[in-house]
Ligand binder design. Structure first.
Ligand code: PLP
Length: 425
């Protein structure tokens, strides 16, 4: 289907055919859902043996009784899991509660209201506080900024990460920019892995940005590879040490999509100074994390190499679902310009761009045909995709057969919406 040179008659004929297909789909009253980046129940089952793993032994290797209060940093063996995922020394890791989003919100709040390096470093001392948001990106990052009244500035994602020329230009020129969101590996939703050059340049931002500038490095998909030969993400920690900017980046991860979503362990990696500043405030919020859950995780992943082997089992389950999405997109749009997408080698999403002005319409039509998609615009700050073209596809929860069915609907909706737009001229 090549729209550029199509005659009005040809377009009208396609419209008729596609509208008939669309009506036939609607008559099936499907109920399919490609919205949320959640693990499927098969994936969750992989961790069921964590239940009861403690067998009455609640003591850590260094003698901490996990049944009692205390230990803001988390237990040593859980911190070792975070250190492994994020590639930093255990001394620079905190193991927290069940959610990295909570840790990110807490770290942002502390940086904003109290300062990570003393009261003078609090962002809220200044009239305007801004954050850089690579787009498309993760909606909940934007919600945190909105909640704290932080203004968001978008920068484009490229195939190597955020547009670093633009990022460097902005942070050097505007000291009210206090940070940037990053999902460096299998970025939500584009699947992009930041290149070595991008990682190095991000580590360098601490030298040109405001002194209290912090990159929020959300490595949520750090071990979520689908390929046997995954792309390696360069170490931001090492790059910062080399640049002398250790305090300019705070890293996050969790086991939400490794063990149980919402019942895993979250991690924060930061410089000694950042951890000290954070813990000063954290001590007012909690007497310590859920160490029993941390110990369960530590025992579950105690055997050497078990975490990577566990992630391979996840990959086996979800690979066919991703492959189904990609084969539908390739078959429908591989030889035309009706849409563009990135084929992720990991993570939880495939990002699809329609022609400008069609994402909302496609999501609406798919909804009418019984396929729920993430609302168009959700991948942009304030829900506003200026080109109205980005749609996030999350194929992990539905079965392969359901993904297949849903993608047939999706491509029909994209084609029909595009043909109608061309007809409307
Ligand atoms: N960060 C990113 C980029 C995510 O995609 C998600 C969940 O979809 C989260 C964080 C949430 O993580 P957690 O469950 O640890 O709060």
């Amino acid at each position: 289907m090549e729209l550029n040179n199509a005659s009005a008659e040809q377009l009208a004929q396609w419209e008729q055919q596609l509208a008939a297909e669309f009506d036939a789909i609607k008559a099936k009253t499907l109920s399919l859902d490609l919205t949320r980046g959640k693990p499927s129940s098969e994936q969750l089952t992989l961790s069921d043996s964590m239940d009861g793993i403690l067998k009455g032994d609640y003591t850590t290797t260094d003698g901490v009784d996990c049944r009692n209060y205390g230990g803001l940093d988390g237990i040593t063996e859980a911190r070792a899991i975070g250190a492994d995922i994020l590639g930093v020394p255990v001394t620079n890791i905190m193991a927290g509660g069940n959610s990295s989003l909570t840790l990110m919100h807490q770290a942002m709040s502390v940086a904003h209201f109290f300062g990570l390096e003393g009261a003078d470093s609090a962002w809220s001392k200044e009239e305007t506080v801004k954050f850089l948001c690579p787009v498309p990106g993760y909606d909940r990052h934007y919600s945190v900024c909105e909640h704290l009244g932080i203004e968001m500035i978008t920068v484009a994602m490229t195939s190597t990460g955020p547009d670093m020329d633009e990022v460097e230009r902005l942070v050097a020129a505007d000291k009210s920019i206090k940070g940037m969101w990053c999902v460096p590996k299998y970025s939500n939703p584009t699947g992009v892995v930041y290149s070595d050059e991008t990682v190095k340049r991000i580590a360098g931002l601490g030298k040109i940005a405001a002194a209290n500038f912090r990159v929020f490095w959300d490595n949520a998909y750090g071990v979520h590879d689908l390929s046997d030969k995954p792309v390696q993400l360069a170490s931001i920690f090492d790059a910062c040490v080399e640049a002398g900017t250790e305090s300019s980046v705070i890293q996050f991860a969790s086991t939400s999509k490794i063990t149980f979503a919402g019942a895993g362990v979250a991690f924060m990696a930061a410089s000694d100074a950042n951890l000290k500043g954070f813990k000063q405030s954290l001590g007012f919020m909690t007497i310590g994390p859920d160490k029993i859950n941390q110990l369960r995780h530590a025992k579950f992943f105690a055997p050497e190499g078990s975490l990577r082997a566990h992630m391979q089992k996840h990959a086996e389950i979800i690979k066919p679902r991703f492959a189904s999405v990609l084969s539908h997109l390739e078959a429908a749009f591989g030889d035309n310009d009706l849409g563009e997408w990135e084929s992720a080698d990991g993570g939880y999403f495939i990002s699809f761009d329609t022609k400008p002005g069609l994402a909302k319409e496609v999501v609406k039509m798919a909804g009418e045909a019984g396929v729920k998609l993430t609302p168009a615009g959700a991948t942009f700050p304030y829900g506003n995709d200026p080109k109205d073209c980005n749609i996030r596809i999350a194929p992990t929860v539905p079965t392969e057969a359901q993904v297949d069915e849903a993608m047939k609907v999706f491509v029909t909706c994209v084609k029909l919406a595009t043909v109608r737009q061309a007809l409307a001229g």
